[in-house]
Design a protein around this ligand. Structure first.
Ligand code: PGA
Length: 254
């Protein structure tokens, strides 16, 4: 069985380099303990901490939380970080299309550009998709389909081996979320995602696709998403900032 992928999305946390080092060190110890046979842990810190933390990765892999939608490595783009820069400081993964970036203006077209640029730099992409509200008639599936079709437009089939999908229902993310999704609904939605990917890139790409669950993952619900829900891994926000909780999640996934 493939290793589960446990991704820590630190978002805009913590506020000092020292805290970032401490949090990373704790996660690194856990990853070292579970070893090669355990879950693959990917830490996505704020880009400003990435270079420092990734110099001594241990068994961790690192990812960036975002990348500029610019097809160049350098240039006059104040405030932007290129895929090349991120790769050179140790990122192996990049998150694209997180709902919090979408809320700040990233459209599917922008996400599509970011994915293509990241792939060109040999970064693995964690593409986030998810509906804002869930209805009982399944209309939300059209939202998922749209996000997938447009975000993955004109990407060659071979590149799909470097793409991971994180299904993150927006209503289940963050401090204001009342609940997480259920493992059964995740499983249903993951199958739907595979069907859409099969229509874009073929059955093999869909079969080999890893799909993560994200949205209020805790040490209490992690196991059920991985077993009952059949998730290939988890994208963890808040709980990844708590070394004790995150350790439990990594252990459960190992
Ligand atoms: P959360 O965030 O685990 O804090 O809900 C998940 C995410 O947004 O990736």
């Amino acid at each position: 069985m493939a290793r589960k992928l446990i991704v820590a999305n630190w978002k805009m946390n913590p506020d000092t380099p020292r805290e970032a080092r401490e949090l990373c060190a704790a996660t690194k110890r856990t990853a070292a303990k579970v070893g090669r046979g355990g879950a693959q842990v990917v830490v996505c810190p704020p880009a400003i901490f990435l270079a420092d933390l990734a110099t001594n990765p241990g068994r961790l892999a690192f990812g960036a939380q975002d990348v500029a939608a610019l097809p160049v490595a350098t240039g006059a783009f104040t405030g932007s970080l290129s895929a090349t820069m991120l790769r050179h400081v140790g990122a192996e993964y990049v998150i694209a299309g997180h709902s919090e970036r979408r809320a700040m203006g990233d459209t599917d077209e922008v996400v599509n550009k970011k994915i293509k640029i990241a792939l060109r730099q040999n970064l693995k992409v964690i593409l986030c998709v998810g509906e804002t509200t869930r209805d009982h008639h399944g209309h939300y599936l059209a939202t998922l389909k749209n996000q997938l079709l447009h975000s993955l437009a004109k990407i060659d089939k071979k590149s799909f081996s470097k793409i991971i999908i994180a299904y993150e229902p927006v209503w289940a993310i963050g401090v204001n979320a009342k609940e997480s999704d259920t493992p059964a609904d995740f499983l249903h939605n993951a199958i739907f995602i595979k069907k859409v990917v099969a229509s874009i890139a073929g059955a093999t790409a869909a079969k080999n696709l890893s799909i993560l669950y994200g949205g209020s993952v805790t040490e209490k619900n992690a196991a059920s998403f991985l077993t009952e829900g059949g998730a290939d891994g988890l994208l963890v926000g808040r709980a990844s900032l708590d070394p004790v909780k995150f350790k439990q999640i990594i252990n459960l996934a190992s």
